[in-house]
Design a protein around this ligand. Sequence first.
Ligand SMILES: [Fe+2]
Length: 399
Amino acid sequence: MICEDYLTGAHSMDVPQETVDKEVQAILDKIKSKPDFNPNQLFDPEKHLAWKDEYFETTKTFTLQDLGITKTHTKPINNFGATYPFPLLTEDAIDIMKWEAFQPQVVKKYARLTNPDFSLKTNRHDFHIAGYPEEGHAPFTKSVYDHPRLKEIFSQLIGMDVTTTYGYDVNHVNVALADFDLPLDAPLYPEPEKGEDGKPIFKAEEVGSILGQHYDSTSIACVIMWECPQDKGGETVIITGDETPLVIPNIARPGYCTLLQARVIRHIATKPNTNSNRIATVAGYYPTAPILDNSCLTSVRPSILPRSVHDEFYTEWFDFRFKQLERVLADKRKKLWDAYKKGEMFDQKGVIEFSKECQQYLFDSWREMEFANNDPYPPPLFSKPYSELTYEVGGDDSK
Ligand SMILES: [Fe+2]
Protein backbone atom coordinates (compact mmCIF):
# COMPACT_ATOMS: atom_id res chain seq x y z
CA MET A 1 0.00 0.00 0.00
CA ILE A 2 1.22 3.46 -0.76
CA CYS A 3 1.74 5.22 2.52
CA GLU A 4 0.56 8.80 2.68
CA ASP A 5 3.51 9.99 4.75
CA TYR A 6 6.07 9.88 1.97
CA LEU A 7 3.59 11.43 -0.47
CA THR A 8 3.19 14.45 1.77
CA GLY A 9 6.81 15.19 2.68
CA ALA A 10 7.73 12.26 4.98
CA HIS A 11 7.35 14.50 8.01
CA SER A 12 7.23 11.55 10.40
CA MET A 13 10.95 11.35 9.61
CA ASP A 14 11.75 14.99 10.37
CA VAL A 15 14.91 15.55 12.41
CA PRO A 16 13.80 16.10 16.04
CA GLN A 17 14.07 19.67 17.35
CA GLU A 18 16.29 18.38 20.16
CA THR A 19 18.91 17.24 17.64
CA VAL A 20 18.71 20.58 15.81
CA ASP A 21 19.05 22.58 19.03
CA LYS A 22 21.91 20.56 20.47
CA GLU A 23 24.09 18.61 18.07
CA VAL A 24 23.41 20.59 14.89
CA GLN A 25 23.77 23.93 16.64
CA ALA A 26 27.15 22.82 18.04
CA ILE A 27 28.41 22.29 14.48
CA LEU A 28 27.35 25.81 13.48
CA ASP A 29 28.82 27.38 16.65
CA LYS A 30 32.16 25.71 16.03
CA ILE A 31 32.37 26.97 12.45
CA LYS A 32 31.26 30.48 13.39
CA SER A 33 33.96 30.75 16.03
CA LYS A 34 36.72 30.46 13.41
CA PRO A 35 38.10 33.99 12.86
CA ASP A 36 38.48 33.77 9.06
CA PHE A 37 35.15 32.12 8.39
CA ASN A 38 33.29 33.81 5.53
CA PRO A 39 30.24 32.05 4.08
CA ASN A 40 29.53 34.81 1.57
CA GLN A 41 31.62 33.65 -1.34
CA LEU A 42 31.57 31.26 -4.25
CA PHE A 43 33.97 28.43 -5.07
CA ASP A 44 37.37 29.64 -6.23
CA PRO A 45 39.82 26.89 -7.19
CA GLU A 46 42.75 29.11 -6.20
CA LYS A 47 41.42 29.28 -2.66
CA HIS A 48 39.32 26.19 -2.13
CA LEU A 49 40.89 23.41 -4.15
CA ALA A 50 43.34 21.19 -2.25
CA TRP A 51 43.95 19.04 -5.33
CA LYS A 52 47.34 19.12 -7.06
CA ASP A 53 47.90 17.58 -10.50
CA GLU A 54 50.67 15.35 -9.13
CA TYR A 55 47.87 13.41 -7.40
CA PHE A 56 46.95 11.94 -10.78
CA GLU A 57 50.15 9.92 -10.37
CA THR A 58 50.00 9.27 -6.63
CA THR A 59 46.31 8.46 -6.07
CA LYS A 60 45.75 4.72 -5.80
CA THR A 61 43.06 3.61 -8.23
CA PHE A 62 41.48 0.23 -8.92
CA THR A 63 39.87 -1.04 -12.09
CA LEU A 64 36.93 -3.45 -11.80
CA GLN A 65 39.42 -6.18 -12.77
CA ASP A 66 41.76 -5.12 -9.94
CA LEU A 67 38.83 -5.64 -7.58
CA GLY A 68 38.20 -9.08 -9.07
CA ILE A 69 34.80 -7.98 -10.38
CA THR A 70 34.18 -9.74 -13.69
CA LYS A 71 30.40 -9.93 -13.49
CA THR A 72 27.95 -7.15 -12.74
CA HIS A 73 24.17 -6.76 -12.64
CA THR A 74 24.11 -3.97 -15.21
CA LYS A 75 26.49 -2.56 -17.79
CA PRO A 76 29.29 -0.56 -16.13
CA ILE A 77 30.16 2.81 -17.69
CA ASN A 78 33.77 1.62 -18.21
CA ASN A 79 36.40 -0.39 -16.30
CA PHE A 80 36.93 2.17 -13.57
CA GLY A 81 36.47 0.73 -10.09
CA ALA A 82 37.47 3.02 -7.25
CA THR A 83 40.09 5.37 -5.84
CA TYR A 84 41.63 5.68 -2.44
CA PRO A 85 40.84 9.02 -0.81
CA PHE A 86 42.68 12.04 -2.21
CA PRO A 87 42.75 15.68 -1.09
CA LEU A 88 40.16 17.62 -3.09
CA LEU A 89 38.81 20.59 -1.12
CA THR A 90 40.30 22.74 1.62
CA GLU A 91 38.96 22.75 5.15
CA ASP A 92 37.67 26.30 4.58
CA ALA A 93 35.58 25.05 1.68
CA ILE A 94 34.15 22.22 3.78
CA ASP A 95 33.26 24.66 6.55
CA ILE A 96 31.18 26.74 4.15
CA MET A 97 29.47 23.62 2.75
CA LYS A 98 28.69 22.46 6.29
CA TRP A 99 27.46 25.90 7.23
CA GLU A 100 25.01 25.86 4.32
CA ALA A 101 23.76 22.32 4.98
CA PHE A 102 23.20 22.69 8.72
CA GLN A 103 21.25 25.96 8.75
CA PRO A 104 18.16 25.21 10.87
CA GLN A 105 15.76 26.14 8.06
CA VAL A 106 17.61 23.80 5.65
CA VAL A 107 17.59 20.93 8.16
CA LYS A 108 13.89 21.55 8.79
CA LYS A 109 12.92 21.51 5.14
CA TYR A 110 15.46 19.15 3.53
CA ALA A 111 16.68 16.73 6.20
CA ARG A 112 14.96 13.46 7.09
CA LEU A 113 16.00 10.69 9.45
CA THR A 114 17.65 7.61 8.05
CA ASN A 115 15.11 4.88 7.41
CA PRO A 116 15.62 2.59 10.44
CA ASP A 117 14.30 -0.41 8.50
CA PHE A 118 17.30 -0.44 6.19
CA SER A 119 20.18 0.68 8.37
CA LEU A 120 21.97 -0.87 11.30
CA LYS A 121 22.28 0.81 14.68
CA THR A 122 20.93 4.20 13.65
CA ASN A 123 19.03 6.67 15.86
CA ARG A 124 17.81 10.27 16.11
CA HIS A 125 21.29 11.54 15.19
CA ASP A 126 21.35 9.80 11.83
CA PHE A 127 19.84 11.66 8.94
CA HIS A 128 20.26 12.75 5.34
CA ILE A 129 20.04 16.20 3.80
CA ALA A 130 19.56 16.66 0.06
CA GLY A 131 17.92 18.79 -2.57
CA TYR A 132 18.75 22.14 -0.95
CA PRO A 133 21.58 23.34 -3.25
CA GLU A 134 19.36 22.97 -6.32
CA GLU A 135 16.69 25.12 -4.67
CA GLY A 136 19.00 28.06 -4.01
CA HIS A 137 19.88 27.45 -0.36
CA ALA A 138 23.57 26.73 -0.84
CA PRO A 139 25.22 28.96 -3.44
CA PHE A 140 28.75 27.94 -2.43
CA THR A 141 28.00 24.21 -2.49
CA LYS A 142 26.34 24.54 -5.88
CA SER A 143 29.31 26.49 -7.24
CA VAL A 144 31.68 23.70 -6.10
CA TYR A 145 29.92 21.02 -8.15
CA ASP A 146 29.19 23.32 -11.08
CA HIS A 147 32.87 24.21 -11.48
CA PRO A 148 34.46 22.64 -14.57
CA ARG A 149 37.71 21.93 -12.71
CA LEU A 150 36.07 19.29 -10.50
CA LYS A 151 34.58 17.58 -13.53
CA GLU A 152 37.97 17.60 -15.27
CA ILE A 153 39.70 15.98 -12.28
CA PHE A 154 37.03 13.30 -11.88
CA SER A 155 36.86 12.62 -15.62
CA GLN A 156 40.60 12.04 -15.77
CA LEU A 157 40.59 9.72 -12.76
CA ILE A 158 37.59 7.77 -14.07
CA GLY A 159 38.92 7.62 -17.64
CA MET A 160 35.84 9.10 -19.31
CA ASP A 161 34.08 12.47 -19.31
CA VAL A 162 31.53 12.66 -16.51
CA THR A 163 29.17 15.28 -15.16
CA THR A 164 26.84 15.65 -12.17
CA THR A 165 23.48 13.93 -12.25
CA TYR A 166 20.10 15.49 -11.25
CA GLY A 167 20.07 17.93 -8.33
CA TYR A 168 18.74 15.62 -5.62
CA ASP A 169 21.67 13.28 -5.97
CA VAL A 170 24.33 15.95 -6.01
CA ASN A 171 25.60 16.65 -2.51
CA HIS A 172 23.42 14.19 -0.63
CA VAL A 173 24.69 14.56 2.94
CA ASN A 174 24.98 11.45 5.13
CA VAL A 175 24.95 12.53 8.74
CA ALA A 176 25.68 10.44 11.85
CA LEU A 177 26.14 12.71 14.85
CA ALA A 178 27.63 12.04 18.24
CA ASP A 179 25.01 11.88 20.98
CA PHE A 180 25.64 14.70 23.47
CA ASP A 181 23.92 12.70 26.21
CA LEU A 182 26.71 10.09 26.05
CA PRO A 183 30.44 10.58 26.67
CA LEU A 184 32.03 11.90 23.47
CA ASP A 185 34.43 9.54 21.66
CA ALA A 186 33.37 6.67 23.94
CA PRO A 187 33.30 3.29 22.15
CA LEU A 188 29.82 2.36 20.93
CA TYR A 189 30.53 -1.26 20.07
CA PRO A 190 32.94 -3.88 21.36
CA GLU A 191 36.37 -3.80 19.69
CA PRO A 192 36.25 -5.95 16.53
CA GLU A 193 38.09 -9.26 16.61
CA LYS A 194 41.63 -9.06 15.17
CA GLY A 195 42.99 -11.38 12.50
CA GLU A 196 46.43 -13.02 12.36
CA ASP A 197 47.86 -9.89 10.76
CA GLY A 198 46.72 -7.84 13.74
CA LYS A 199 44.14 -5.96 11.65
CA PRO A 200 40.49 -5.91 12.73
CA ILE A 201 38.33 -8.48 10.94
CA PHE A 202 35.52 -6.77 9.10
CA LYS A 203 32.10 -8.35 9.63
CA ALA A 204 29.32 -6.66 7.71
CA GLU A 205 26.63 -7.73 10.18
CA GLU A 206 28.46 -6.28 13.18
CA VAL A 207 29.23 -2.73 12.14
CA GLY A 208 26.76 0.11 12.24
CA SER A 209 26.01 1.48 8.82
CA ILE A 210 24.06 4.34 7.36
CA LEU A 211 22.97 2.08 4.54
CA GLY A 212 23.58 -1.67 4.67
CA GLN A 213 25.33 -3.55 1.87
CA HIS A 214 24.06 -1.99 -1.34
CA TYR A 215 24.58 -0.63 -4.81
CA ASP A 216 24.09 3.07 -5.35
CA SER A 217 21.46 4.28 -7.75
CA THR A 218 23.79 6.55 -9.73
CA SER A 219 26.68 5.45 -11.98
CA ILE A 220 29.56 7.02 -10.04
CA ALA A 221 29.60 8.09 -6.41
CA CYS A 222 31.89 10.93 -5.42
CA VAL A 223 32.17 10.81 -1.63
CA ILE A 224 33.61 13.88 0.07
CA MET A 225 34.44 13.63 3.77
CA TRP A 226 33.31 16.50 5.94
CA GLU A 227 34.01 15.11 9.38
CA CYS A 228 35.11 11.77 10.77
CA PRO A 229 37.18 10.40 13.63
CA GLN A 230 40.57 8.95 12.65
CA ASP A 231 40.98 5.15 12.88
CA LYS A 232 37.56 4.68 14.43
CA GLY A 233 35.44 3.23 11.66
CA GLY A 234 33.44 5.33 9.22
CA GLU A 235 35.14 3.70 6.25
CA THR A 236 33.70 2.79 2.90
CA VAL A 237 33.98 -0.97 2.51
CA ILE A 238 33.97 -2.50 -0.98
CA ILE A 239 32.83 -6.08 -1.48
CA THR A 240 35.29 -7.42 -4.04
CA GLY A 241 34.70 -10.06 -6.72
CA ASP A 242 35.47 -13.00 -4.42
CA GLU A 243 33.04 -11.57 -1.82
CA THR A 244 35.80 -10.48 0.57
CA PRO A 245 35.71 -6.92 1.95
CA LEU A 246 38.22 -4.28 0.95
CA VAL A 247 38.25 -1.51 3.52
CA ILE A 248 39.09 1.81 1.87
CA PRO A 249 41.36 3.45 4.43
CA ASN A 250 39.64 6.34 6.04
CA ILE A 251 41.72 9.46 5.51
CA ALA A 252 39.53 11.26 7.94
CA ARG A 253 40.58 14.78 7.10
CA PRO A 254 37.87 17.10 5.81
CA GLY A 255 37.87 17.59 2.07
CA TYR A 256 39.24 14.18 1.10
CA CYS A 257 37.37 12.55 -1.74
CA THR A 258 36.83 8.97 -2.92
CA LEU A 259 35.36 7.93 -6.26
CA LEU A 260 33.55 4.65 -6.72
CA GLN A 261 31.65 3.05 -9.60
CA ALA A 262 28.98 2.45 -7.00
CA ARG A 263 26.25 1.30 -9.40
CA VAL A 264 28.09 -1.97 -9.97
CA ILE A 265 30.33 -2.28 -6.87
CA ARG A 266 28.60 -3.55 -3.74
CA HIS A 267 29.67 -1.50 -0.74
CA ILE A 268 28.90 -0.38 2.78
CA ALA A 269 29.32 3.02 4.45
CA THR A 270 30.15 2.20 8.05
CA LYS A 271 29.37 4.36 11.05
CA PRO A 272 32.15 5.36 13.44
CA ASN A 273 32.48 2.87 16.27
CA THR A 274 32.83 5.66 18.80
CA ASN A 275 30.37 8.34 19.81
CA SER A 276 31.62 10.86 17.22
CA ASN A 277 30.36 12.68 14.17
CA ARG A 278 30.67 11.16 10.72
CA ILE A 279 29.49 13.46 7.97
CA ALA A 280 30.13 12.75 4.31
CA THR A 281 28.46 13.84 1.11
CA VAL A 282 27.79 11.83 -1.98
CA ALA A 283 27.40 13.27 -5.44
CA GLY A 284 26.29 11.17 -8.39
CA TYR A 285 28.09 11.42 -11.73
CA TYR A 286 27.29 9.90 -15.12
CA PRO A 287 28.91 9.97 -18.58
CA THR A 288 28.73 13.29 -20.41
CA ALA A 289 28.44 11.60 -23.83
CA PRO A 290 24.94 11.19 -25.29
CA ILE A 291 24.47 7.63 -24.08
CA LEU A 292 21.70 6.28 -21.87
CA ASP A 293 22.82 6.24 -18.24
CA ASN A 294 22.42 3.23 -15.94
CA SER A 295 20.96 5.09 -12.95
CA CYS A 296 17.92 3.75 -11.12
CA LEU A 297 15.49 4.46 -8.29
CA THR A 298 16.17 1.45 -6.04
CA SER A 299 17.75 3.14 -3.03
CA VAL A 300 16.56 6.70 -3.59
CA ARG A 301 12.82 6.41 -4.24
CA PRO A 302 10.80 8.39 -1.68
CA SER A 303 9.24 5.39 0.10
CA ILE A 304 12.76 4.06 0.82
CA LEU A 305 14.78 7.21 1.37
CA PRO A 306 12.68 9.77 3.25
CA ARG A 307 14.92 12.68 2.20
CA SER A 308 13.63 12.23 -1.37
CA VAL A 309 10.62 14.49 -1.02
CA HIS A 310 8.07 13.04 -3.41
CA ASP A 311 7.02 15.91 -5.68
CA GLU A 312 10.45 17.50 -6.00
CA PHE A 313 12.31 14.25 -6.35
CA TYR A 314 10.22 12.72 -9.12
CA THR A 315 10.04 16.00 -11.04
CA GLU A 316 13.84 16.17 -11.02
CA TRP A 317 14.19 12.48 -11.85
CA PHE A 318 11.96 12.61 -14.92
CA ASP A 319 13.46 15.91 -16.01
CA PHE A 320 16.84 14.15 -16.00
CA ARG A 321 15.69 10.95 -17.66
CA PHE A 322 13.61 12.66 -20.37
CA LYS A 323 16.45 15.09 -21.10
CA GLN A 324 18.82 12.15 -21.47
CA LEU A 325 16.46 10.51 -23.91
CA GLU A 326 16.02 13.75 -25.87
CA ARG A 327 19.80 14.07 -26.17
CA VAL A 328 20.22 10.50 -27.35
CA LEU A 329 17.33 10.74 -29.81
CA ALA A 330 18.68 14.01 -31.24
CA ASP A 331 22.10 12.40 -31.66
CA LYS A 332 20.57 9.38 -33.41
CA ARG A 333 18.44 11.54 -35.75
CA LYS A 334 21.55 13.38 -36.86
CA LYS A 335 23.41 10.13 -37.44
CA LEU A 336 20.56 8.72 -39.53
CA TRP A 337 20.53 11.76 -41.85
CA ASP A 338 24.32 11.80 -42.06
CA ALA A 339 24.33 8.15 -43.12
CA TYR A 340 21.59 8.80 -45.69
CA LYS A 341 23.47 11.76 -47.17
CA LYS A 342 26.58 9.61 -47.48
CA GLY A 343 24.53 7.13 -49.50
CA GLU A 344 24.68 4.38 -46.88
CA MET A 345 22.00 1.70 -46.66
CA PHE A 346 19.44 2.29 -43.89
CA ASP A 347 20.44 0.08 -40.95
CA GLN A 348 17.15 -1.57 -39.96
CA LYS A 349 18.73 -3.91 -37.42
CA GLY A 350 20.65 -1.06 -35.76
CA VAL A 351 17.54 1.14 -35.48
CA ILE A 352 15.52 -1.72 -34.00
CA GLU A 353 18.23 -2.30 -31.36
CA PHE A 354 18.42 1.42 -30.62
CA SER A 355 14.64 1.69 -30.27
CA LYS A 356 14.60 -1.27 -27.89
CA GLU A 357 17.25 0.38 -25.72
CA CYS A 358 15.15 3.56 -25.57
CA GLN A 359 12.07 1.52 -24.69
CA GLN A 360 13.99 -0.22 -21.92
CA TYR A 361 15.29 3.13 -20.66
CA LEU A 362 11.77 4.54 -20.41
CA PHE A 363 10.57 1.35 -18.72
CA ASP A 364 13.46 1.50 -16.24
CA SER A 365 12.56 5.11 -15.49
CA TRP A 366 9.18 4.21 -14.02
CA ARG A 367 9.22 0.51 -13.11
CA GLU A 368 10.51 1.13 -9.58
CA MET A 369 8.00 3.87 -8.77
CA GLU A 370 5.75 3.00 -5.86
CA PHE A 371 2.62 3.13 -7.99
CA ALA A 372 4.01 0.43 -10.27
CA ASN A 373 6.05 -1.63 -7.89
CA ASN A 374 6.28 -1.95 -4.15
CA ASP A 375 8.80 -4.75 -3.85
CA PRO A 376 10.44 -5.26 -0.49
CA TYR A 377 13.66 -3.42 0.21
CA PRO A 378 16.54 -4.20 0.23
CA PRO A 379 16.14 -6.19 -2.98
CA PRO A 380 17.64 -9.70 -3.20
CA LEU A 381 20.19 -8.21 -5.63
CA PHE A 382 22.00 -6.46 -2.76
CA SER A 383 23.03 -9.79 -1.25
CA LYS A 384 23.55 -11.77 -4.44
CA PRO A 385 27.16 -12.91 -5.02
CA TYR A 386 28.83 -11.43 -8.08
CA SER A 387 29.29 -14.96 -9.48
CA GLU A 388 25.49 -15.20 -9.95
CA LEU A 389 25.25 -11.97 -11.95
CA THR A 390 24.76 -12.06 -15.67
CA TYR A 391 26.59 -9.13 -17.24
CA GLU A 392 30.17 -10.06 -18.18
CA VAL A 393 32.47 -7.08 -17.72
CA GLY A 394 34.13 -6.28 -21.03
CA GLY A 395 32.09 -9.02 -22.70
CA ASP A 396 29.43 -8.93 -25.38
CA ASP A 397 26.52 -6.59 -24.60
CA SER A 398 24.02 -9.39 -24.94
CA LYS A 399 25.64 -11.14 -21.90
FE1 LIG B 1 26.52 3.92 -1.45
